[in-house]
Write a protein that binds this ligand. Structure first.
Ligand SMILES: Nc1ncnc2c1ncn2[C@@H]1O[C@H](COP(=O)(O)OP(=O)(O)OP(=O)(O)O)[C@@H](O)[C@H]1O
Ligand SMILES: [Mg+2]
Length: 242
């Protein structure tokens, strides 16, 4: 088991070190993360790949402040995440992180623009400011003209773009995406990948994305391969891209 970070860089904005996590059911304890360490860089799309059940979603949950590790540290934007109290952690997540899920996580009763405004209101923007910002974000994902639609009136690809706009509108430094293209067809999947890539490039976010989608691999700057709760491989693809 190695506790050394697998890359070293001044622009690492997210660090996990010695992360351990087990789940217990019926008195059987199953280790899921086994002393995993990594660094994630700003301005890059980093892909986490690996077989089903190897711990990818669990890793994202630990790094994004959703799930407390049994042992180990998460340092996000220089802040030791798991030493914060619940309220400060909630605040940190609201201010600095975005999360894009496979299932979109939208509210059925809200229009696209209202979905995007919701976290902005919690961040202290006035309703007018939140609306303006939300419309800019929806424009950026190509949904400006459809900002009044509710989830039931949107395609899967449109819903995922709303959830990306919701993250984007906060201009988060850290963006997490767990299989964001797996419920989408090829064209919509491609659009979502392009958006995530652009978020890293033009907004300077560290984008950490779990995916089995070969098109994501083609667009990633770096691929981390996990197996059985460990990182086996860290491949930088930058040299292959323009
Ligand atoms: N809340 C939980 N309670 C108990 N076991 C859990 C829990 N969450 C995850 N696990 C177990 O931890 C292991 C890793 O789960 P995880 O969801 O991280 O895998 P994954 O790599 O994301 O898989 P997939 O590619 O199928 O999404 C699995 O064996 C899973 O059953
Ligand atoms: Mg998963």
């Amino acid at each position: 088991m190695s506790d050394a970070p697998i890359t070293e860089s001044a622009t690492a904005v997210l660090r996990g070190s010695g992360l351990l996590k087990s789940f217990r059911s019926d008195r059987i304890e199953t280790p899921v993360l086994r002393g995993l360490s990594l660094e994630v860089l700003a301005g890059e799309l980093t892909l986490v790949s690996g077989p089903s059940g190897c711990g990818k979603s669990t890793l994202l949950a630990l790094l994004s402040g959703l799930l407390r590790p049994d042992a180990g540290e998460v340092e996000a934007l220089g802040q030791s995440l798991w030493s914060l109290d619940d309220q400060a952690l909630e605040r940190f997540r609201l201010q600095h992180t975005g999360f894009v899920f496979q299932g979109f996580n939208l509210f059925g009763a809200l229009s696209a623009v209202e979905q995007v405004m919701l976290p902005l209101g919690a961040l202290g923007f006035t309703r007018k400011q939140a609306r303006e910002r939300a419309l800019v974000a929806l424009d950026e994902v190509g949904l400006g003209p459809r900002s009044g639609l509710r989830p039931a009136e949107m395609s899967g690809g449109e819903k995922q773009r709303v959830s990306i706009a919701r993250a984007l509108a906060k201009n988060p430094k850290l963006l997490f995406a767990d299989e964001p293209t797996s419920a989408l067809d090829a064209a919509n999947g491609q659009m979502v990948i392009d958006l995530l890539h652009r978020l890293a490039r033009s907004h300077g976010a560290a984008v950490l994305c779990v995916s089995h989608d070969p098109r994501v691999v083609a667009h990633a700057d770096r691929v981390l391969h996990m197996e059985d709760g460990r990182l086996l491989d860290d491949t930088r693809l930058g040299a292959l891209q323009g």
